[in-house]
Design a protein around this ligand. Structure first.
Ligand SMILES: Cc1ncc(COP(=O)(O)O)c(C=O)c1O
Length: 401
């Protein structure tokens, strides 16, 4: 077997299951899962309808799908990118549909990294675990940029040594960030673009939370937008990752796309033809409709906004936390070790949250996830509010009068 497999850490949810194993929460508290970031809002009805139309389904199932995706889907995606980020993207050469961004973030690492000894990829810390898996399985090493309260949970790229940039082949960014909820601004993207040009590395920008944000008039900035704004109209060295999972509450559809530098995408397309991960035709049809429609996205975003507005003041009475700039997580500072906190909350109130230390690695003398838990507000609003109240009462009682 591939010896690099031994370098992979157990996935955070496996570590969480081990942490909570054998604990029997008290009867009387219904189980509440605030650990998994799986969207729970109803999927858009028009998408469900399209997927269940027997006529088109039997046509769609009768043929192999194309790795490049249909022209309609790529045009729908390019149109959305123009409306959302005010960028011009060629649907023939600068867009590829993918089976969700998880698959793409992983496979992009396999296609992009050289496999040369000493190759580095720069990752935020804490981070979405797939980035690290992709890097390690290609024989490269991650260089972590810690995101801590002291730097507003933003990666400080200025602190990365020149020697690291010289060996860097790929930078993964996540904006808005999971789990921190912070977004990179135009300035940070521009700085990264300068560095990428100088040291000739690629930027993979995971923007799957870009459509869930608190202020309707201030959508998060994207990498392609920053590239165009700084005169890089061909998006050199840039690839963005977008998904219907969060935007459209369609995590089970497994549909997203990558877009950016045509040269990079041509090579990545070649990789994908061998990997064999084309989107099924019915998924392509449903996805085309979903990228063309914005009404359901606005309603979905409003539902998250209401939920976060309801739970934030309840939690703020007992815990230190920021309102996320994007996404549906609170990245909460815990008054004790994050694993002890998660274990006690489960044991005493049947509420599951994810210890932050499982989402980060020890780097530069600390694990920047420790002392934090990630709380995912994906359940219906009434359940989220009830859970926030239970959590706040529990914590207040734990501290005593
Ligand atoms: C930061 C981040 N990127 C990518 C993904 C993958 O999403 P999908 O594969 O559903 O597009 C997730 C899923 O939770 C995520 O949190």
């Amino acid at each position: 077997m591939n010896p690099f497999l031994d370098r992979l850490e157990d996935y955070p949810f496996e570590r969480l299951a081990a942490l909570l194993a054998g604990i029997a929460p008290p009867a009387g508290y219904p189980p509440v899962m605030l650990s998994i970031g799986e969207p729970k809002h109803a999927p858009p009805e028009f998408v469900v309808k399209l997927l269940s139309d027997p006529g088109s389904l039997s046509r769609d199932l009768a043929g192999y799908p194309a790795t490049r995706g249909s022209a309609e889907l790529r045009e729908a995606i390019a149109g959305w990118l123009t409306r959302r980020f005010r960028v011009r993207v060629d649907p023939q050469t600068q867009v590829l549909p993918v089976s969700g961004t998880r698959e793409a973030l992983f496979s992009f690492g396999q296609a992009a990294l050289s496999g040369e000894p000493g190759a580095l990829a720069v990752l935020p810390n804490p981070f979405y675990q797939i980035y690290e898996g992709a890097v390690l399985l290609r024989g490269a090493r991650p260089y972590f940029v810690n995101c801590t309260a002291a730097n507003g949970y933003r990666p400080d790229y200025e602190a990365v040594p020149e020697s690291v940039w010289r060996r860097c082949e790929l930078v993964y960014v996540c904006s808005p960030g999971n789990p921190t909820g912070t977004s990179l601004g135009l300035e940070t993207f521009a700085r990264l673009l300068d560095l990428a040009e100088r040291h000739d590395f690629l930027i993979a920008s995971d923007e799957c939370y870009s459509e869930i944000y608190p202020d309707e008039s201030v959508p998060p900035v994207g990498l392609l937008e920053a590239a165009a704004a700084t005169g890089r109209e061909r998006f050199e060295r840039c690839v963005v990752f977008h998904s219907l999972s969060k935007r459209s509450s369609l995590p089970g559809l497994r549909s997203g796309f990558v877009a950016g530098d045509a040269g990079v995408l041509a090579a990545y397309y070649r990789y994908r033809t061998y990997e064999g991960c084309a989107l099924p035709n019915h998924v392509q049809h449903a996805s085309t409709a979903a990228w063309r429609d914005e009404d359901h996205v606005i309603a979905n975003r409003a539902a998250y906004r209401r939920k976060l507005a309801a739970v934030t003041p309840i939690l703020r009475e007992v815990l230190a936390l920021e309102q996320p700039e994007g996404g549906f997580y609170h990245w909460v500072r815990t008054p004790e070790d994050d694993r002890d906190f998660a274990r006690a909350l489960f044991a005493e109130r049947n509420i599951t949250v994810l210890p932050g230390s499982y989402l980060a690695r020890e780097a530069h003398g600390s694990n920047p996830g420790s002392g934090h838990v990630r709380v995912a507000w994906v359940a219906p609003e009434d359940q989220c509010v009830a859970a926030a109240r239970t959590l706040a009462e529990w914590l207040a009682g734990r501290r005593g009068p």
